[in-house]
Design a binder for this molecule. Structure first.
Ligand code: HEC
Length: 474
């Protein structure tokens, strides 16, 4: 009887201290936090929602206390630990957790879309619709786990189709995230299982400032993730200070390992006007190029500018505008790329060693205000695209279909579109596009598509930010 009483008392004591703590937390919250996170915790333009299913910095009490206490570098979320006593940080955490618990559990969107195509009815499943911010590239590390790069400078783990709430820390300062630059594509070393190397491209200025006029260029690094920490970073490509560009807005960048183990990566033309020089044409400049290097950053001897002074010897092809799609044909080994062109000038191209793709000397496109860029559509010594899109679709990623899930589409090329929010399937033979079909439409700006280990298509979209899985219905 006595134990029973004290149990009741103890429970009551616990409840009342928790309530008291949360009540005090509410007071402190209203005093300091509503301005940015809102009175209802659902966020304001100045601060994120604290009620999303997966908090960016973790859902556990310790994660939340830590963020409040330590703040978030380079954001307006300051170190509250310097302003508030420890017990108030704990009370704030209890208050936030209490409100999160009261929320009706956010219905995971079970909505499944279907699309009819020539050969299959496709089922599109929304795997992750919350927690990803501007996802850019996806790579599977094994059967169950994938890594996604986030444009604002995040590496996200997805496990069994669900977003891991824990974040990778220690990623370098990423610049230019509101200029479309930011963190772009990632790639895994062909021997990732043994060596753990992860590669990514990002917008970088040597001063590590958010100032958009600071001279900058796309940079390529590799590193490893150990226990959610980005470690052992090595620089593989960084343009010398003398050729950096101020205020550029087209940075590329897509990465590809081919089956011979070469690493390809792309840079954008940085929106340099022709008046400023034909930089995408110049092997001394980094703008508007496709590079090919060894995984450690060294230069293959058969690169077109190998050993030539005054050139960037990693350059493999010149004269591109903003390549965001690179894919290798599973049988022929040929590499194809998309180039995000001007109005009416999106292209699909076949990559050649030393190829000149003509930008901005030749193009099928015009300026966004319809003024001409050049009257020339073709020129001796410059490559023609396999196909181009007029009107533009805002072409982005590229991936060949392989595996068992879409047998009728084996070796077809998928390309994605931002503006037209679609995925197209191209039947390609050598340098000819034999036919094409829009297979998915209206699902958001399609930033990346990859065939996963199960043979399904894994799709990243922006606006809304999501990870989707596509497979044929039975
Ligand atoms: C001046 C604006 C501002 C104020 C005031 C502010 N925050 Fe924040 N807070 C932010 C921003 C912006 C972020 C998101 C940063 C990011 O995404 O990297 C953030 C993030 C957070 C996160 C992490 C959210 C997540 O998804 O993991 C928590 C928790 C948090 N704030 C709690 C608080 C608390 C508690 C207070 C009051 C003591 C507070 N904030 C006051 C701007 C603010």
């Amino acid at each position: 009887m006595k134990t029973f009483h004290s149990l009741i008392f103890f429970t009551f004591f616990l409840l009342s201290t928790f309530t008291a703590s949360a009540q005090n937390g509410e007071k402190v919250y209203k005093m300091y936090c509503t301005g940015c996170h809102g009175a209802d915790l659902k966020g304001t333009p100045a601060g994120t929602s604290l009620l999303v299913e997966n908090l960016k910095y973790g859902n556990e009490p310790a994660d939340i206390s830590k963020v409040i206490s330590n703040g978030i570098p380079n954001t307006t979320m300051i170190k509250w630990g310097s302003a508030l006593p420890t017990h108030e940080i704990g009370e704030l955490t209890d208050y936030i957790l209490g409100i999160r618990k009261k929320q009706p559990t956010q219905e995971k969107s079970e909505e499944i879309l279907t699309f009819s195509t020539e050969d299959y009815t496709l089922k599109v499943e929304k795997l992750v619709t919350e927690g990803l911010v501007f996802p850019w590239g996806i790579e599977f590390v094994d059967e169950k786990r994938a890594l996604i790069s986030g444009n604002k400078g995040e590496l996200y783990w997805v496990v069994d189709g669900k977003l891991d709430p824990k974040r990778v820390t220690g990623i370098p300062f990423i610049y230019g995230t509101d200029l479309v630059g930011g963190m772009m594509d990632l790639a895994l070393d062909p021997n990732y299982a043994e060596n753990g190397w992860i590669y990514f491209a990002y917008s970088h200025n040597p001063k590590n400032t958010a100032d958009k006029t600071s001279p900058a260029m796309t940079k390529l690094v590799r590193g490893k993730i150990k226990d959610y920490q980005w470690v052992e970073q090595e620089t593989l490509f960084e343009a010398p200070d003398s050729i950096l560009v101020s205020g550029g807005t087209r940075w590329g960048s897509r990465l590809l390992f081919d089956t011979d183990g070469f690493l390809y990566f792309t840079t954008g033309d940085m929106q340099q006007s022709i008046a400023e020089g034909l930089n995408p044409q110049l092997p001394s400049r980094a703008e508007g190029k496709i590079f090919r290097i060894y995984p450690d950053g060294s230069i293959p001897k058969d690169n077109p500018y190998y050993g030539q002074e005054g050139t960037l010897q990693g350059i493999y092809a010149v004269g591109t505008r903003n390549v965001q799609g690179l894919a290798q044909h599973p049988i022929t080994g040929k590499i194809y790329f998309t180039d995000h062109g001007p109005k009416g000038g999106d292209e699909v191209n076949l990559l050649k060693n030393g190829g000149n793709y003509g930008w901005p000397v030749i193009t099928y496109g015009v300026n966004y205000n319809d003024s001409p860029i050049t009257s020339q559509r073709s020129k001796e010594g410059m490559e023609q695209p396999l196909t181009y899109y007029d009107p533009s679709i805002a072409i982005c990623a590229a991936e060949f279909i392989y595996g068992n899930m879409f047998p009728k589409w084996t070796n077809n090329l998928l390309i994605t579109a931002l503006k037209d929010q679609e995925i197209r399937r191209l039947v390609i033979e050598g340098d000819k596009v034999l036919s094409q079909e829009v297979i998915i439409k209206g699902i958001g700006r399609v930033r990346d598509v990859k065939i996963g280990p199960d043979g399904a298509m894994y799709v990243l979209t922006n606006s809304p930010d999501a990870l989707l899985r596509v497979n044929p219905m039975k």
